[in-house]
Design a protein around this ligand. Structure first.
Ligand code: MN
Length: 236
């Protein structure tokens, strides 16, 4: 299925023939970015996130970021072979469209894997729980600060819990499809949790009630995965 998608994407690219000019016959085939499979069914996050929203968000919005990114990479030799993370680290040098679509691909890939069905969402590890309480005063205070950041993001963007370069937790928000891995981010760090506050993430179920979405979303945060990411970020 994935290889079929890859072939279809490549064959649909108007400038894909540029790759044929690669002189060495042994050069690796150009890698196109592909939509990651959801790690659960589209209705698995009900009722916090409805199945129709998940279907459209994953299958259309995320796919569109990938299609646009692949198109941009195919048309710009300076991007060839770069990972998404490498693009994010040099976001200041990228055309806006590449920045937006590389960010959109990374952000959504991250987002899907840090959620889980309510019954399987687990608990923060003792280390993460302690770090949150030390940094924000209490777990409830952390959630309130995260909510405030999400509510305060005007228009579209993301709210994040990151591990900063100093190893400390911080809450930050980014506009559009930017994220804290980008060299343009106001606050840089390694995201361990993030929530999408674009209207497409919640409008079908919540309409304009972003606060209700932010509150209910805690039900499907995959704390086991967030804890794993916390430990990995701290180990760097
Ligand atoms: Mn989104």
């Amino acid at each position: 299925m994935r290889s079929i998608t890859l072939v279809l994407i490549l064959s649909a690219l108007p400038v894909a023939s540029a790759f044929a000019q690669t002189p060495a016959a042994t050069a690796p085939a150009p890698a196109a970015f592909v939509l990651p499979k959801l790690p659960y069914a589209v209705d698995a996050l009900e009722p916090a996130i409805d199945a129709q929203t998940m279907t459209i968000h994953h299958g259309r919005h995320h796919q569109a970021f990938i299609d646009n990114l692949n198109r941009a990479v195919a048309g710009d030799p300076s991007l060839a072979g770069l990972s998404v993370e490498q693009m994010l680290a040099r976001a200041s040098t990228l055309p806006t469209g590449v920045r937006n679509n590389a960010g959109g691909h990374w952000n959504h890939s991250f987002f899907w894997t840090t959620m889980a069905p309510a019954g399987k969402a687990g608990r923060p590890s003792p280390a993460l729980q302690a770090a949150i309480e030390a940094r924000f005063g209490s777990f409830d205070a952390f959630k309130a600060a995260f909510r405030t950041a999400g509510m305060g993001r005007f228009g579209s963007g993301w709210v994040w819990l990151i591990v900063g370069a100093d190893g400390q937790l911080a809450i930050t928000s980014t506009p559009n499809q930017d994220n804290p891995l980008m060299d343009v981010a106001e606050v840089r760090g390694t995201p361990i949790l993030g929530n999408d506050v674009w209207e497409h993430a919640y409008y079908l179920r919540y309409q304009n009630r972003r606060g209700d979405y932010l509150d209910n979303w805690w039900q499907v945060v995959d704390w086991a995965e967030v804890s794993r990411r916390f430990a990995a970020a701290r180990a760097r």
